[in-house]
Design a protein around this ligand. Structure first.
Ligand code: OSB
Ligand code: MG
Length: 360
């Protein structure tokens, strides 16, 4: 097929409740939605997962918009592709900017699945089974207990709690003990350092299945030491921005488990390589979230269906973050899981319904 048009729209929506991490409190979410159109009139969608400012990654909505409009679109427009892996080749001349690339690249994968008339998860060899849902409690300590209770009543079977060296481990242990059938993940977003080593070790025995990103991105040695010294599995999120990073994590024995964020990795092609690598080395995997809208979550659901991705990812209902998502139908949790759509491509329609550019 030939790429005949690429459109970009900006969205900005308030979060229903503030999302508090050790790095930043997020109260509204700005994103870019990409539509690629083929010569036959088929449409594919992608979503940019960069934030408005560089608090979590170097890329931002503005940097992505610049790179997409002025660099990536001219490279891809009017190109004839036989398969979606070729987008990676087309973008090879551009350094970094993986979130910008992923927004466009993933849209092309959606387009190809639609051309082939099958769901993206099926095109990629995913399992035809509902995806286990998981929610994040990112709130002040006194609100964690209520957050977990709400997650339990909504049917989630996995809760991720944000932690810091100052977390009240006794309180967390007590909360975890109330829900024997629930999986608990801890996410530090790099809040620990060598100075707070003992505080990290103290999390062993609290009941967490894993601890995500205790140290900063480049702290391979400290993560390897934590993996050796702790019983709780060590999981890397921010550290994994490429296949090379995943290879390094394995070579340094710095992690038991990796978080897959397709936007940070640069799209489907690179992500599928990381999945393959992790399978070969028996590294656990799960699909991470970025407080996204439904287009990115739909791609992530297809990813989570792949063999080897066994742990529940950051999959919450559309209504968890948003009054109104941009996809139809919205994402719902049933019996703690999200059903995979049988429709072609990402399996959801983009339902813009916004004043600016109501045309989508
Ligand atoms: O570290 O996983 C993270 C959200 C924004 C930035 C970083 C992270 C997160 C989350 C996932 O925790 C939230 C979600 O989409 O469910
Ligand atoms: Mg994380």
């Amino acid at each position: 097929l030939t790429i005949s048009a690429i459109e970009l729209k900006r969205i900005n929506e308030p979060l229903k409740q503030a999302f508090k991490t050790s790095l930043q409190t997020v109260t509204e979410r700005e994103s870019l939605i990409i539509k690629v159109v083929s010569d036959e009139g088929l449409e594919g969608f992608g979503e940019c997962i960069a934030f408005s400012t560089p608090w979590y990654t170097e890329e931002t909505v503005t940097s992505c918009r610049f790179v997409i409009e002025h660099v990536l679109v001219p490279l891809l427009l009017d190109k004839t592709l036989e398969n979606p892996s070729q987008v990676d080749e087309v973008f090879k001349a551009v350094k970094g900017n993986r979130m910008a690339k992923a927004a466009v690249e993933t849209a092309v994968w959606d387009l190809f699945a639609k051309k082939r008339g099958m769901p993206l998860w099926q095109m990629l060899g995913g399992k035809d089974a509902p995806v286990p849902a998981g929610v994040v409690v990112a709130a002040d300590e006194e609100k964690i207990s209520d957050g977990v209770a709400a997650a339990f009543s909504a049917g989630y079977s996995r809760v991720k709690i944000k932690i810091t060296p100052d977390s009240n481990i006794g309180l967390l242990k007590e909360i975890i003990a109330r829900y024997p059938d629930m999986l608990f993940f801890a996410d530090a977003n790099g809040a620990f350092s060598e100075a707070s080593w003992e505080r990290l070790i103290a999390f062993d025995g609290a009941g967490f299945t894993l601890i995500e990103q205790p140290f900063a991105e480049q702290q391979w040695k400290l993560h390897a030491r934590a993996k050796r010294d702790m019983k709780t599995a060590i999981c890397l999120d921010e550290s994994i921005g490429s296949l090379a990073d995943a290879e390094r994590a394995i070579a340094e024995e710095a992690a038991d488990i990796l978080v897959l964020k397709m936007g940070r990795l640069g799209g489907w092609s690179e992500t599928l390589k990381v999945v393959e690598l992790c399978r070969e080395h028996s590294i656990g995997m799960w699909v991470g979230g970025m407080i996204e809208f439904g287009v990115s979550k739909a791609h992530n659901l297809a990813l989570a269906s792949l063999p080897g991705i066994t742990l529940p990812g950051d999959f919450s209902a559309s209504r968890h973050f948003w009054e109104r998502d941009i996809i139809a139908p919205e994402i719902r949790i049933e019996n703690g899981k999200v059903a995979l759509s049988k429709d072609a491509g990402i399996g959801y329609c983009v339902d813009w319904q916004r004043e600016e550019g109501a045309s989508w």
